[in-house]
Design a protein around this ligand. Sequence first.
Ligand SMILES: [Zn+2]
Length: 262
Amino acid sequence: MSWFLAAFKDLNGRNSGIYNCRAVRGSTRTTSLHGEGRAVDFGLKYAEDIPAYDRFAEQLRLNSAELGIQCIIFNRKIFSGGYESKGWHRYTGVNPHTDHLHVEFSWSAARRSVDDTVALWEKELRGKTTGVVKPQGNTAKPAVEKFPTDYKDLAVDGVFGKQSVKAFQILMRAVGYYNRAVDGDFGYYTVIALQKWLRGLGYYPSSKYVIDGKAGRATYKALQQFLAKKKTLDTRKWLIDGKFGKETIKAFQRYLNTQNGK
Ligand SMILES: [Zn+2]
């Protein structure tokens, strides 16, 4: 909670509770982990225009093993460390968790001192979450940071070949949306990364689109909108039409070249 309050003070993150000896809401029998003092409720209202909040939840999931997190409930989604490979599932409990993010710790993580926990969270999440958290109103643009990566400048040739895909995968690894091999294959997991990344940037809202690993019009449209914003796609000349054509690919390659650590 100390870590969260410091990291999310600009977004008015608040302490919505740690210890609370009660049953799970909607049940008289199951005791909430708050009753064991190893659950925390990070208080922040969910909103589409706070990509940092989604990114935070995602970073908790991706770093759950390191942080000793066994369960996360957030915005009608649940993640369980026991079924790590399944990722998020739909959460159908009584409380939709749209005004706080609930996190449960393993006993060993719960027993760490506050200082050790804060140090660990700083180490695991610094630069991924805390470094990019900015207050964001409706007009604020999504936080986009430059990430040190290392790949060769791509030829801006409008062909999304192996080198381009690899460059994208390297970037996705750097920002935490992809943890698989850099193999140049524009397959399911790479598309998942693309969709999550665009969502994190505020271009692929969960109210409209699903993260399904299938690149289609909605995904490419979101990508085009992002590239237009980055001014590598010239919308005076080219339409935002959801097609992954030569000009869109060139714009994407130009953008990837701006991210290669130079
Ligand atoms: Zn809770």
